[in-house]
Design a binder for this molecule. Sequence first.
Ligand SMILES: Cc1cc2nc3c(=O)[nH]c(=O)nc-3n(C[C@H](O)[C@H](O)[C@H](O)COP(=O)(O)OP(=O)(O)OC[C@H]3O[C@@H](n4cnc5c(N)ncnc54)[C@H](O)[C@@H]3O)c2cc1C
Length: 575
Amino acid sequence: MNHPLRLAENPGLSSYDLTGYKGNRGKNFYEEDKILQRVIERYSSDYKPDHKKAMLDHLKGYGELVGGILDELTEASHKEGKYGEVVKYDRTGNRIDHIAYSHEQKLSRKISYDYGIVNLDFHDEWKFPFTDLHRQALTYLANQNGEGGVTCPLAMTEGMIRVLQGIGTEEQKKKYLPLVAGKGSYSHFMAGQYVTERVGGSNVGANRTIARKGENGKWILNGEKWFCSNPGDLWVTTAKIEDTETVGLFLVPRIKDNGELNGHHILRKKDIIGSKGKLTVEIVYEDLEAEALGRPAHGIANLIRYVIRTSRVHVGLAASGMSRRAFMEAREYSRYRTAYGKKIQDFPAYSRELAEMRILYAALVMPIFRGIDWTQKGILAEQISTPLMKYRSSSLSSQITHRAIMALGGSGIIGDYTCLPRLHNDCIINETWEGTHLIITDHALGAMNRAKIRDSFVSELKKNFDSAKKYPELKAAAQLGEDLLFDWNKSIEEKPREWKETYRVDLSDQAYGALVLSEFLEQAVFDRVSGSKRSRFDSFAKGFGAFLFRTIPKATGDYDSFRLEQEEVDEIVNW
Ligand SMILES: Cc1cc2nc3c(=O)[nH]c(=O)nc-3n(C[C@H](O)[C@H](O)[C@H](O)COP(=O)(O)OP(=O)(O)OC[C@H]3O[C@@H](n4cnc5c(N)ncnc54)[C@H](O)[C@@H]3O)c2cc1C
């Protein structure tokens, strides 16, 4: 018997507060992003006007793509049946070990590649330098759609370009740069970096893959790689040089010069929690033909300098981009959803939650771009801030995306309602990829232990605390930051090695807290020096101070004086 739904008469099916709700789809993600605009403005003040305009136009154009077609394609390519698959053989039985991606995934990569997010300096019509500021702003924007099958490959492709430009031979540059960066290349972010083996990813020295010298200057590799993300056209890899303990760095094309498939077998696609738009697989090398990249004896140093350093900056940008999107989604939802007769954004406890999410993602974006600026200027403090931000941004972004999921109630958990579950799962991968927290904080500690680097970090931060202290309303936050910094410095100078190694996460959290306060205060002072009576960043510093009181035992003082007033909360949320 037929029971038609009587839609018109059923009160439970009439339209409601979220009918037709589409989240942030269709917005220009650059034009929406006040924190990014601020960063761009601050760091491009010495650009020539035509260069600055061209960069802003390019960023705005990408912001439109990210909020529009790329958001749609990312959603469409992250559904069952649309994920990539390993194709072992062609129809006539030849082994091809090829990855087949959906049309949506390929188009999404092509649009971003052709737009120049990794290779604008290879576009003839681009007449200016492709600065790190510009490049990394694009990376951050791309990550507002989650990993999406694009941004992990983007990180590895940028690492590939940098290592080729840095230590590649002239022949390698001529042969491979057009493939990975050239305009019109068919290879859209198809570079990889394979280091981790079954015996471990943290301890690269334990690699069991062996490289022996072959003919014509080539090397022959036998072994395995246990986590290979984005298997494609060209990758860098590590292997022990035969009969030595030296780990060398090598370059591997998927297809050999003679057109044959290079000696590798893809075992299987890994069943990963997130970052599913691209594949991660296991690979066995069987007489794989490789080229030395730089001097083999400098393998690990070059890997860290060119490849891993780039990826760590990308992890930080990814974490910030995804956190920004999480805040956007929570705020947008709160503008529509009603409960108990009012918009949920009007509950003070809810808007406070939104404000903290915004403060926390700003507390990732701003120090990361500061670190990029320090690198450009050769300021040693960057050697602490880069690993610190990889650790802190990836751990905080999992918390921010989680909080955003909670902010949407049940809808936050539904994958075809919101991108948040996907973003959250991508964030978890970022915590491990390119180094677990304990490994990264160990690297940060290594830099902290070096007096010259530590002095640079202290003097950069102290400069900002000193200028902020001149303004009564900034004094408390400056004092909090300075106390954290001095206590951290004292611990590094005085505590025994074992203690520091054991408590390196605490030391990193403390250094991060001081770094963020110094950054927000620097922005607040800048606004005053530029003529404003107060700055929005006063509230960011205050609210971040409150977060520190709740999360770091070393943060001591009057917690109540750091609680944000409702007007400050509203200003932070609605900016
Ligand atoms: C989705 C995904 C994609 C990836 N893609 C790639 C890729 O493309 N290429 C690649 O090379 N790798 C890739 N990886 C691997 C990743 O980099 C490693 O998983 C990571 O480096 C950790 O190595 P591991 O898994 O072997 O853990 P282990 O190194 O075995 O570590 C296990 C645990 O021991 C801890 N530990 C290790 N050493 C110490 C120490 N000295 N002090 C205290 N604790 C310690 C770690 O913190 C961790 O908690 C990928 C991983 C994932 C999840």
